[in-house]
Design a protein around this ligand. Sequence first.
Ligand code: ACO
Length: 332
Amino acid sequence: MTPGPSARSRITGTGHYVPEKVLTNRDLEARVDTTDAWIMERTGIRERRIAADGECTSDMAAAAARRALEAAELSATDLDLIIVATVTPDMPLPSTAVFVQTKIGARPDCPAFDLAAACGGFCYGLTVADRFIRGGARHVLVIGVELLSRVVDWSDRTTCVLFGDGAGAAILSATDDPARGLLSMTLHADGHYASALRIPGGGSAEPVSERSLALRRHFVEMNGREIFKAAVKNLASASLRVLEDAGVSPSEVDWVVPHQANLRILDAVAERSGIARERFYLNLERYGNTSSASIPIALDEAIRAGSITRGQSVLMCALGGGVAWGAVLMRW
Ligand code: ACO
């Protein structure tokens, strides 16, 4: 195979990492005014993972990346680019991607950058990586990783029950196999929803101050209903768009590996898109919403379990803060 500007991309390896510590809905009952029954009924989440003290985003990302490289039978020095999709970086400067580069032993001249598209991050990352492959890169590492437990307000029951920590990774490689690979993708964003899900403090708009800390401006704020409605509408339309672009009908979709935010959102997306609900691969009961990490974690689980088999069509779709959303269709 000679990769070049016309090469297509295909996922050649996936991996994931979740921290050991489990935080159940029952544990949360002791912290805030909530119940296991409320959380299960409204979201479908039963438990989530929480990073250990001292563990940071790049540690989780590197662990997932090593597993993806092993699955792809590649060495870190084979990588031509590292993309880390995250809104919970190790620090504002430098990028988390450069820490990952050194932790996994990639070449010191391998380009590496972060990409911020919140829960939409993995679809954005795959799309950007695909463009690099078509431009001549051979192997691109795409990681979705979040350490949300450090930016969640643990006294706010409307948000703290939703999120969890974790990382997922995929290696995108150049291929000339016409039967496999990424078939179609679409990306969108609508900044009119910017205030529906945000961490308002800590950036240039509201630098850290005693006042901003006292007002808890450094934690996630969310208008759940607004996000819910935007998710249902846009996930369904983006999914239908990539199917149409690839000439695949909803009934021909073998698997949907969606962003794992909320069971009710996914029920509604299934109904609107006409894709059978049984085709959706779900693990949010065990991990909660891990934002940009949720698709690659679920994808890796489904592949390693043998659920996704060669030649099957796999649709990935995600929406998150911004709002930013997208969908990617591939043949495995
Ligand atoms: N436990 C018990 N009661 C709660 C809790 C809780 N954890 N959280 C909120 N409530 C209460 C509210 O205070 C409210 O009480 P009130 O009627 O006395 O005011 C009541 O439950 C209903 O609140 P709503 O916000 O209307 O509940 P809703 O059915 O919309 O469910 C939820 C809330 C689960 C957040 C839902 O809106 C949702 O899933 N939205 C999508 C948000 C999301 O997934 N965000 C993640 C990031 S973006 C993404 O990944 C897509």
